[in-house]
Design a protein around this ligand. Structure first.
Ligand code: UDP
Ligand code: MN
Length: 452
């Protein structure tokens, strides 16, 4: 932690919390590590109880054995419910006024609890998280994470960490332990006032297994008069893993998309169209009935998504305002793809996966072809020359493109078009425009954007 955290005097009269940990087939040792760290690294009077919710794990004994530890209670589902309904079950059973949700593979660090409790007690509509440090998934070592990150997302609605802008980092330098407002929470680790959690509609009980719930609760908190903060003096380690160690009844892609659609349909108003443009395949996944969530939104008089974008996440680029086309750039079954390259990298094509990310492009009104803040750039204006990704500059004539009626993308003022014919060896190149060449055909998934 920052040194200043030590000198800060935390409030004396903090209220106790119920810690809620749901798990499905978690290793008993990692659960034990989580529980032990809660008990050893918190003032005892502030931990009312630790509620374990066993989401129908194969081995019921793990939970029963852990429940012999002081303050630990166990609830077990009769069938697999998923993390959302499991957390609500734990929350409903909690007896403390403040809820703390943790994943089942964490390590709470020293004085993790007090800084968060203080913030929530000052204002019950604040939902707060610690800085999430990394527990190495290979050797379980505790590794400090950057304190300059916030939670965010692209139009594919997949959570990502955003580096703070220069302005935000400067503000932090003058007060390094001030809470950080975050547009999105990672989802696994956070604290919320119990009465506010209830009032705000807990979780969407029709979401299954995993995913999308952090998006939903983040939109809901911000749009319904609350706020989300990361508290720098509170640090908790979490095992970030490559794969889920459990099955997804219904298929992981479908479940995630269904949950995400439920969040988008309830909270995003007309901006959901950018999600569907970035992830066209999502339209084919049924999302069920959302009536009660729409009613909740109305009952709580929540603000429109446009307000959230303007006041909470102005960094998210809204395609509409500056673009003529947006989404994936398709060529048959292939899509233009950054291949994970950054500035000065080449671009290529890859099988269309329909989930945005490296395949998310915009054709802007100022005639650039843009991925995030990188633009397709001509380094040498000759046939056969590779295209590169460079930082976008509005006045850079090397970044100007014309979309022709026959779906060619022509470098402005030239007779050269973007071509994939040598992509396998090198990447996309400039070639003489040829209306008969299929390797020059590019179609955006969303054309002619309307304006709000
Ligand atoms: N979880 C659960 N039921 C499920 C899926 C997940 O109780 O059907 C629990 C899981 O054991 C973990 C938490 O929900 O404690 C979050 O899941 P996970 O850690 O896999 O998500 P990640 O941190 O990788 O996003
Ligand atoms: Mn986790």
């Amino acid at each position: 932690r920052n040194q200043l955290c030590k000198t800060h005097a935390w409030k004396e009269d903090l209220l106790p919390t119920s810690v809620i940990i749901t798990f499905h087939n978690e290793a008993r040792s990692t659960l034990l590590r989580t529980i032990t760290s809660v008990l050893l690294r918190s003032p005892p009077n502030l931990i009312q109880e630790i509620i374990l919710v066993d989401d129908y794990s194969d081995k019921p004994d793990d939970g029963l054995e852990l429940a012999q530890i002081q303050k630990v209670k166990i609830l077990r589902n009769e069938r697999r419910e998923g993390l959302m309904r499991s957390r609500v079950k734990g929350a409903d059973a909690a007896t403390a006024p403040i809820l703390t949700f943790l994943d089942s593979h964490c390590e709470c660090n020293q004085h993790w609890l007090e800084p968060m409790l203080e913030r929530v007690m000052e204002d019950r509509t604040r939902v707060v998280c610690p800085i999430i440090d990394v527990i190495n998934m290979d050797n379980f070592q505790y590794v400090g994470a950057s304190a300059d990150l916030r939670g965010g997302f692209d139009w594919n609605l997949v959570f990502k960490w955003d580096y703070m802008t220069a302005n935000q980092r400067n503000a932090r330098r003058s007060d390094p332990i001030a809470p950080i407002r975050t547009p999105m929470i990672a989802g696994g680790l956070f604290m919320i006032d119990k009465s506010w959690f209830d009032e705000l509609g807990k979780y969407d009980m029709m979401m299954d297994v995993w995913g999308g719930e952090n998006l939903e609760i983040s939109f809901r908190v911000w749009q319904c008069q609350g706020s989300l903060e990361i508290i720098p003096c509170s640090r908790v380690g979490h095992v970030f893993r490559k794969q889920h160690p459990y099955t997804f009844p219904g298929g992981s892609g479908n479940v995630f998309t269904r949950n995400t659609r439920r969040a988008a349909e309830v909270w995003m108003d007309e901006y959901k169209e950018y999600y569907y443009a970035a992830v066209p395949s999502a339209r084919n996944v049924p999302f069920g009935n959302i009536q009660s969530r729409l009613e909740l939104r109305k009952k709580l008089s929540c603000k429109p998504f446009a307000w959230y974008l303007e006041h909470v996440y102005p960094e998210l680029r809204i395609p509409d305002k500056k673009d003529v086309a947006f989404g994936a750039l398709q060529q048959g079954t292939l899509c233009m793809d950054t291949l994970g390259h950054f500035a000065d990298g080449t671009v290529g094509v890859y099988e269309c996966h329909g989930s945005g990310g490296n395949q998310e492009w915009a054709l802007t009104k100022d005639k650039s072809i843009r991925h995030s803040d990188l633009c397709l750039t001509v380094v040498n204006q000759n046939p056969g020359e590779l295209l590169k990704l460079h930082g976008c500059q509005e006045k850079n004539t090397k970044q100007k493109w014309e979309k022709l009626d026959n779906n060619r993308l022509q470098f402005m003022g030239s007779s050269l078009c973007i071509d994939s014919k040598v992509h396998k060896e090198k990447g996309l190149t400039l070639e003489t425009c040829d209306s008969g060449s299929l390797t020059q055909v590019w179609k955006f998934t969303l054309n002619n954007l309307k304006h709000h």
